[in-house]
Design a protein around this ligand. Sequence first.
Ligand SMILES: [Zn+2]
Length: 210
Amino acid sequence: MNHSIRSLAVTSVFGATIVALAGCRPQAELAAGRGGASGSATGGGTAGAVQQEKGHRMHKQAKVVKTDAEWRAQLTPLQYEITRRKGTERAGTGAYADHKEEGVYGCVCCEQPLFASEHKYDSGTGWPSFDRPLEAEHVAKEEDRSLFQVRTEVLCSRCDAHLGHVFDDGPPQTTGKRYCINSAALTFAAQGPGEGAGSAEETGEEDRPQ
Ligand SMILES: [Zn+2]
């Protein structure tokens, strides 16, 4: 070992000691900071097996229950974030905010029909807005106390997908409700010319429970 460097190290201030040692001793790397940063092997914690099964409630219809991994495989990252993690797309970014075609909006996860174009209106919020669901029993509601406020969350009743929220500032001339729904939670099926597009009466008959 080089005596001159060693003695220098002992008599130097701490920072200079490191520099001096780094010149001749490999283990000084530990103190002087790693050059290569080889420590990123851990990766993101994919809690893959996390399952959120809420199948306890009684429903007339069969529930669609899938594992988190299955939902991830089926959905785009955005669809997954919103429907399975209760996310919210940025206003004005969704495909259906200004969508005006005649048809039915279904759940992106399980395809259950949820909303109809005839109940869609322009709320000016940047999210698809409806004054009612296609059928009341196709949506579930839960109190949501996140973000320091109390809101009513709207979910798909068949697969528990988070859809959005419902508020009481909807069109007063109809229901007064505003179902504020994420585009990414929806699929859309256009109504063909031969399927009675715009015929509210026909749809109304189908929708009647009994
Ligand atoms: Zn669903």
